[in-house]
Design a protein around this ligand. Structure first.
Ligand SMILES: *Cc1c(COP(=O)(O)O)cnc(C)c1O
Length: 371
């Protein structure tokens, strides 16, 4: 048996009739960019998250870039973000000309450590980007509180956590804007790139709608310099089908995580935690063990995939080395050395779940010396 980290073919087969039907309808319509599918998907996603506006764009990275631009953030501005996240979060800040300011993460949730945010605020700070990493919400209340007191924007990077909840409310809907990615392996993934910005702010929505189409609503009448960054009709049609399954898929992810929690409770590795304020949607199921590389070798020998998200915190990557400098980010450094994601996706069957459990149990020495 070989078990991948995510199985997009199994997912397609489980909804093939609906997907094929939706694709054919778009092909027969002859409309491929910003048509009725994108509009309907924007409305359905806004309703799902409980926000007023949703604007489809070309990727999650573009969702961040266009949001930063729409907030007027650029040269000389600083934006606070976690030092442990996918590189796109920082890349978007750099692309608008602003400076990323890194903050360490909470060692239990791997999300931005809310308590360290305020110390990073300077007169140049314009925004905070909390990342709901691995499907677990960042602790938003204290972050929103600092932002309100210091007059900063909060842009949620919700690329990994669509469907997650913070104190009973959906993540992505709680800051000034939420940025989503529909990269194929995300919890709601298309068959190509795609992204969306969600917001309750009519000015932000209006500006992002203009930015995505060369800076204006009317052809050849730009109001600002813009981009070509649009969600296409085929992706929107696919994502509309998949959105109908998202709640069930999230439940299935949570059920598998619960099974892992029960069957792996006694091993010498730390399992993912769900904070009291959180509903986790397990985009990735990330274990923590000081024997990480040995565990990965054993899983590989059993045909079981594993992944490291992320092997280096951002201040150790080439574009950002000059930023982190001497300041330490001990929680992020340790997480980068000790964490490993094991397979968790909704289409896993009992045999696969059991095989992962047996292999992990065999790979991790029993809990002897707690760290
Ligand atoms: C995937 C991801 C992005 C970028 O999304 P793309 O659609 O791949 O551009 C941004 N931030 C995080 C945390 C992500 O996981």
């Amino acid at each position: 048996m070989s078990i991948p980290l995510v199985d997009l073919v199994a997912q397609y087969r489980s909804i093939r009739g609906e997907i094929d039907h939706a694709l054919h309808a778009v092909l027969e319509s002859g409309t491929f960019i910003l048509g009725p599918q994108v509009k309907a998907f924007e409305e359905e996603l806004a309703a799902y998250l409980g926000v007023r506006y949703a604007v489809g764009v070309a990727s999650g990275t573009d969702a961040l870039i266009l949001t930063l631009r729409a907030c007027g953030i650029g040269e000389t501005d600083e934006v606070i973000l976690p030092v442990y996240t996918f590189v796109a979060t920082a890349g978007a800040v750099s692309q608008v000309g602003a400076t990323p300011v890194f903050v360490d993460v909470d060692p239990r949730t791997y999300c931005l450590d809310a308590e360290q945010v305020e110390a990073a605020v300077t007169p140049r700070t314009r925004a905070i980007i909390p990342v709901h990493l691995f499907g677990h919400p960042a602790d938003l209340a204290p972050i929103l509180d600092v932002a309100a007191r210091r007059r900063l924007r909060v842009i949620e990077d919700n690329a990994q956590a669509l469907g997650a909840e913070y104190r009973g409310r959906k993540t992505g809907a709680l800051g000034d804007a939420g940025c989503l990615s529909f990269f194929p392996s995300k919890n709601l993934g298309g068959y190509g790139d795609g992204g969306m910005v969600v917001t309750n702010d009519p000015m932000l929505a209006d500006t992002i709608q203009k930015l995505r189409t060369h800076g204006g609503r009317e052809k050849y009448q730009p109001e600002m310099s813009g981009f070509n960054s649009r969600l296409d009709e085929l992706q929107a049609a696919i994502l509309r089908v998949k959105l109908r399954h998202l709640a069930a898929w999230s439940e299935r992810r949570r059920w598998i995580a619960g099974t892992y929690r029960t069957l792996l409770a006694d091993i010498g590795a730390e399992l993912p935690q769900e904070a009291p304020y959180a509903r986790h949607v397990y985009h990735l199921y990330v274990l923590r063990t000081s024997q990480r590389d040995a565990v990965r070798d054993h899983l590989r020998s059993c045909g079981i995939a594993s992944g490291v998200y992320y092997p280096r915190p951002l201040h150790r990557l080439a574009p950002y080395r000059r930023l982190g400098g001497g300041r330490g980010f001990p929680h992020a450094e340790l997480a980068a050395e000790e964490t490993v994601a094991i397979p968790l996706y909704p289409e896993m069957g009992d045999d696969q779940i059991n095989a992962v459990v047996s292999a992990v149990r065999a790979a991790v020495a029993p809990a002897a010396s707690p760290r």
